[in-house]
Design a protein around this ligand. Structure first.
Ligand code: 5AD
Length: 425
């Protein structure tokens, strides 16, 4: 019998990208052949952070099923709504965010018996970190998962229900995987997790330092952090030569009243204080954020504060989210919901402010030299591209031998999405 082919689609966060990398390899080990598309089996690694993310996943599931594929659905969406998922025609296996290591076996079982398999384990207190390892991530950049879960229960957020309680991977295991990735030639590692500030109960700075010391690791990036997790020790990590001068600090709102209703653990003053301290360590810091528009009770005044604070913080990029009711969260029961039309207007305002601020941040780089880690794939127009240490995408012309290297680029032009420049030899 010819081997079964499998393809993968990933929605949502960087952690999901890591999980998919792992799943791809575990399916290969079980005898599947990984295909780009038109595979017999399609595995969809889902996101459920907003109603729209769940809807996009449903569309992808239906589209794959229409093509005649057998669909496997895993990740956050089935974890919170397995019944909804298993009813979709074409779905042969459903699993949540636990026991990823068994998914390939479950799929083989479903294929053999013809009976759909549903295996969504509820989260439990004291749940352990599920050890998984990735050999061959798919880019110059490797994501490395160090932590999973969150127990903060911000009032709008479904993630603690989907990902369960916080659990951390042991430092030894993180270092082992990081060393292996570097040996395989990966130049950049991104430390990811649901809420990595919770890593080992205050041990993130130590871990960053240890991974940062690995010989041959050119870049180490820390993914999203909660503002209150940015301790002086963590800011010190930005002084290490290979740690990227980029922080993603979700502001969510610029109104203290809304932040309190969201159950966030900082106020605007603390947020700005952290930003100031980070900029003193890294003056060119790339600072990106998430902001939610239209949280229940958000007035025009509250929203204007979000715009004002975003300007003051000088974000290099804003991810704007329209508030989405997530059943089961506390905010789902909050009165005073903002009308859909108003939410949409506010999201548009955030998006245009985001573009303006990105452009302004990029213009400040013009005329200066930056180190760029050159990626393997060329742009559509034939240019090479890569990221600067402060996470700005930079495009320039050059030969293939620059791929995978760090080179110095003089920035010449700034756009809203990236900058262009010329490589110095
Ligand atoms: N509605 C809108 N955006 C949300 N996010 C999380 N939950 C919701 C929700 N219910 C956004 C937050 C978070 C990002 C990953 O998703 O801004 O930082």
């Amino acid at each position: 019998m010819p081997k079964k082919t499998v393809s993968f689609r990933t929605f949502g966060c960087k952690q999901n990208r890591y999980d998919t990398d792992f799943l791809r390899e575990s399916f290969e080990r079980k005898g599947f052949v990984v295909a780009e598309d038109d595979a017999d089996v399609v595995v969809i690694n889902t996101c459920a952070v907003t109603a729209r993310s769940a809807q996009k996943c449903r569309q992808a599931i239906r589209a794959a099923a229409r093509r005649g594929a057998k669909v496997v659905v895993t990740g956050c969406y089935p974890q919170i709504a397995s019944d909804e998922v298993k009813e979709i025609p074409g779905v042969i296996a459903v699993s949540g965010v636990r026991e990823r290591s068994r998914l390939a076996d479950l799929v083989l079982e479903a294929l053999e018996t013809g009976a759909p398999v549903v295996e969504v384990k509820p989260h439990v207190a004291g749940e352990e970190f599920e050890e998984t390892e990735v050999q061959q991530p798919d880019l110059t950049r490797a994501f490395l998962k160090i932590q999973e879960g969150c127990g903060d229960y911000c009032t709008y957020c479904i993630v603690p229900y989907a990902r369960g309680p916080s659990r951390s991977r042991s430092p030894e295991s993180v270092i082992r995987e990081a060393e292996r990735l570097v040996q395989r030639g990966y130049k950049e590692i991104v430390l990811t997790g649901t809420h990595i500030g919770l890593y080992g109960e205050g041990n993130l700075p130590r871990l960053v330092e240890e991974v940062g010391r690995i010989e041959g690791l050119i870049r180490l990036r820390i993914s999203s952090l909660e503002p209150h997790d940015v301790t002086p020790e963590l800011l010190d990590c930005l002084r290490l030569p290979n740690v990227c001068h980029h922080l993603h600090l979700p502001l969510q709102s610029g109104s203290d009243r809304i932040l309190r209703m969201m159950g966030r653990r900082y106020d605007v003053a603390l947020f700005m204080d952290i930003v100031g301290r980070a900029r003193r360590v890294a003056p060119d810091l790339g600072l990106t954020t998430d902001i939610i528009a239209g949280f229940p009770g958000e007035t025009e005044e509250d929203f204007r504060e979000s715009l004002t604070v975003a300007r003051e913080a000088g974000f290099s990029r804003i991810h704007a989210f329209k508030y989405s009711v997530r059943p089961g969260t506390r905010a789902a029961a909050f009165e005073d919901k903002v009308p859909e039309k108003v939410k949409e207007e506010r999201v548009s305002a955030l998006i245009s402010l985001g573009r303006e601020l990105s452009g302004a941040f990029h213009r400040r780089l013009v005329g200066r030299d930056f180190e760029v880690l050159v990626e393997d794939d060329r742009e559509k127009d034939g240019l090479l591209a890569g990221f600067t240490r402060n996470y700005v995408r930079c495009r320039f012309s050059g030969e293939d031998d620059l791929k995978g290297k760090v080179i110095s680029v003089t920035v010449q032009e700034a756009g809203p999405l990236d900058v262009t420049g010329s490589a110095r030899r």
